[in-house]
Design a protein around this ligand. Structure first.
Ligand code: CA
Length: 238
């Protein structure tokens, strides 16, 4: 069964190009040109991925993303025209899974689409596995003083209180936790957590580290858990 992708883009030429390229890759594609149509199509189609332009008529991409986030776990790849929107797009406010800044190449788009689909397939398999025998097997946990990552339940607690983490924040934390004490470059993190198999935009990593620090550090301005390594990347100290 081929995977389905919903494209939401109001520029007809770009919409057609996106549609053409993704269809050629074997996906079932539906393309719409405004925010309201996007909601309607997403609910009906339940696509495997949504490519969502930010500036749209009727209802903008921020609003569409916020609404859909509450209804489905479908990965959302956001298209933005401006660099300064990136924090909002991948941050808590909107919570897109990934983004591309216009202009971008079709090669780049296809790589991101495939990485997101691969990620959500793995996530689904993991969820299926844990719902089948989750109650039977011992829970796998990684503990760092008052911070506990429960891999079985995909739950993180700080001082015993559950933390609300976005899926990518959770995966980033798990990755750090599994590589405690190691210097991890932004490129390496990007490749392993986001699945990008090329030198991508390492600001994605910085943005997520910033969000994560605000949730797990005592003082996010003086991080003790996720430390910045000069000229390198990050190191998780536990
Ligand atoms: Ca637009």
């Amino acid at each position: 069964m081929p995977e389905s992708i919903l494209i939401v883009e109001d520029e007809p030429a770009l919409r057609d190009t996106l549609s053409y390229n993704l269809k050629r890759d074997g996906f079932i594609v539906e393309a719409v040109g405004d925010g309201r149509a996007a909601l309607e199509s997403a609910r009906r189609l339940q696509p495997d991925l949504i490519v969502l332009d930010l500036m749209l008529p009727e209802m903008d991409g921020f609003e569409v993303c916020r609404i859909l986030r509450k209804e489905m776990i479908t990965p959302i790849l956001m298209l933005t025209a401006r660099d300064d929107e990136i924090d909002r797009v991948v941050g808590l406010e909107v919570g897109a899974d990934d983004y591309l800044t216009k202009p971008f190449s079709m090669r780049e788009l296809r790589a991101r689409v495939k990485a997101q689909l691969r990620r959500s397939r793995l996530l689904r398999e993991e969820l299926d596995k844990s719902s089948v025998d989750g109650s039977q097997k011992p829970q796998e946990k990684l503990s760092f003083k008052n911070l506990v990552v429960n891999l079985t339940r995909r739950e993180v607690t700080l001082d015993g209180e559950p933390l609300a983490l976005k899926p990518q924040e959770y995966e980033l934390l798990v990755f750090f936790a599994q590589h405690k004490g190691q210097m991890l470059s932004r490129e390496f993190i990007l490749e392993r957590v986001w699945g990008w198999d090329f030198i991508g935009d390492s600001r994605t990593v910085d943005v997520h580290v910033r969000w994560l620090r605000q949730k797990i550090e005592t003082d996010a301005s003086e991080p003790k858990r996720i430390v910045t390594v000069r000229g390198g990347g990050y190191r998780f100290e536990g």
